[in-house]
Ligand binder design. Sequence first.
Ligand code: 0O2
Length: 249
Amino acid sequence: MNVANLDLKNLQSFKMELTRFMMTYKFALDEMETKIKILQEEFEYVHEHNPIEHIKCRLKSPESIFHKVLRKNYPLSLSSIKTHIKDIAGIRITCSFLSDIYTLSEMLQNQSDIRVLEVKDYIKHPKANGYQSLHLILELPVFMTDRTEHVCMEVQIRTIAMDFWASLEHKIYYKYDAEVPDHLLRELKDAADSAAALDRKMEGIHHEIDNLKKRKEIQDESQFKQLTIQDQTFELPEDLLKLLETEEE
Ligand code: 0O2
């Protein structure tokens, strides 16, 4: 297309409108990334493990938005795009363990400025090809210079194993339009099942070690209340411990 043939004034104002439109999604991503980093930091302090391996933010390109609008037969206008295309802003959180996915999802869903529009749980209900992930469609306010925009975004939360499978599956299919032979579809599904089994195994080990850690902490604490002289152990009198508590305050 030759830009010289276009009405430059119209083009310029359209470009400005589109840029402001896309900026709201970029700001929503910035806000969400900050929210997630706050949760990550506090969670790590309280629970002594980091639930997030990595976070990836992406804005859908105007070209992909345009293709999606055409594919889905939506009207071609910015307000129609805002209403119908919920994944212009996307954030993918890769968690360490299965339980971290649901804990993080709950924490986000409970935030008072976030509105939950949709939850798609492809972990409890994997897609036929084996794809697993928890998808949240969330809306949050973005305070602009002259208005407040309520912006939608898609948050995908998955484990490392789910991410490994999805990334490679995407790579394998990328630009492959022909029909995939049945045996390959079955193998991909098998690979997804193995990834899910690995997740369950790691979750189990994580919980057992966590319990051992907690038990050890309790044991360590009880040692403070005991006095061992040679092979004899004496319990410290409760009243004395209470006295120490008040003295410290
Ligand atoms: P990209 O580049 O990741 O953004 P819709 O979003 O309305 O078209 P649907 O089916 O309601 O369709 O959305 P869904 O199921 O929530 O899935 C949307 C996104 O999830 C996809 O975005 C992928 O990122 C991911 N996804 C869903 N299914 C699969 C799958 O089978 N394999 C892989 N690798 N990823 C999947 P986009 O827009 O396709 O791409």
